[in-house]
Design a protein around this ligand. Structure first.
Ligand SMILES: Nc1ncnc2c1ncn2[C@@H]1O[C@H](COP(=O)(O)OP(=O)(O)O)[C@@H](O)[C@H]1O
Ligand SMILES: [Mg+2]
Length: 260
């Protein structure tokens, strides 16, 4: 059981966005991806969810090659993701956005029904109950009727993660979910990510804050200009000169911060 992206290559015109990149997401485990802007982190996510064409390599989900499987079927098979820039309609409420996660393929119509009429089926009341629980876990209950457009980006990102876990995924890809969050929101988010992983979900997390990377994962893949610079335990990476130079910079301040 795993998502296995092996030797992935992606090109945009003449630009090699990814070359020979491999990552494995196992149930219950958090793997982190770090690397400078433009190094291919989001493209790696897109290659796993089927949102870009592969120029090479394979993606397998629990042993099945996903080459001919479109994005919506990958999602139905247990993949969920968040976007680096959340793609919400700003008029949608927090509650609607999370409920949307239960219906990843037909959100609009079904959601309309769900919001207008009292819960008629067992499934709907179950979803509502689970939605309430997820909102509470993410401390979003008080905001549930707010439109997303009225919220700061940090909270929109929390809603995005809450939406992604609503459909009970087996594997969860989080693209910089902590960007723009306050310290308190970050702590809440990391606790949630840990809890999600402990419940058996395999998590792939893009995160710039190396302190958070160390706290959450025991395996980190470092991308640099579309290639894998190095991978391993975050602690081990800190002893690698090439990594420290490329990623943390050579300033002692940066290095110290990462070690603290
Ligand atoms: N849809 C696209 N069309 C053309 N180039 C793209 C596209 N998406 C990403 N790229 C390019 O691929 C490279 C990797 O981008 P991205 O995966 O977004 O990096 P990261 O998430 O690490 O910041 C960058 O050079 C970026 O400009
Ligand atoms: Mg990105």
């Amino acid at each position: 059981m795993a998502v296995e992206a092996s030797n992935i290559a992606v090109r945009f015109g003449g630009v090699a966005a990814l070359t020979d990149v491999s990552v494995r997401i196992e149930p219950g485990r958090i793997v982190t991806v770090i690397g400078p802007n433009g190094s291919g982190k989001s493209t790696l996510f897109n290659s796993i969810t089927g949102m870009v064409a592969l120029a090479g390599g394979t993606v397998r989900l629990d042993g099945h090659d996903l080459a001919d499987v479109p994005t919506h079927r990958r999602i139905a098979s247990g993949l969920a993701r968040t976007f680096q820039t959340p793609r919400f309609d700003p008029r949608v409420s927090v509650e609607e956005a999370v409920l949307c996660g239960f219906y990843p393929q037909s959100c609009g119509t079904l959601l309309g029904t769900l919001m207008r009429i009292p819960a008629v089926s067992r499934e709907e009341s179950l979803f509502r109950e689970r939605g309430e629980k997820i909102l509470a876990d993410f401390k979003l209950s008080a905001l549930k009727n707010m439109a997303l457009g009225e919220l700061p980006m940090g909270q929109v990102r929390l809603v995005e993660v809450a939406r992604a876990i609503a459909n009970d995924p087996k594997y969860l890809l989080l693209d910089e979910p902590a960007a723009g969050l306050t310290k308190v929101e970050q702590a809440l988010l990391s606790a949630e990510i840990r809890r999600i992983a402990e419940s058996g979900v395999g998590v792939l997390l893009v995160e710039h804050n190396f302190g958070l990377v160390r706290a959450l994962s025991d395996h980190t893949v470092v991308l640099d200009r579309g290639t894998m610079l190095i991978e391993g335990k975050p602690e081990t990476l800190l002893h690698d000169a090439a990594f420290v130079d490329a990623y943390l910079g050579t300033t002692r301040a940066n290095h110290k911060e990462a070690q603290s």
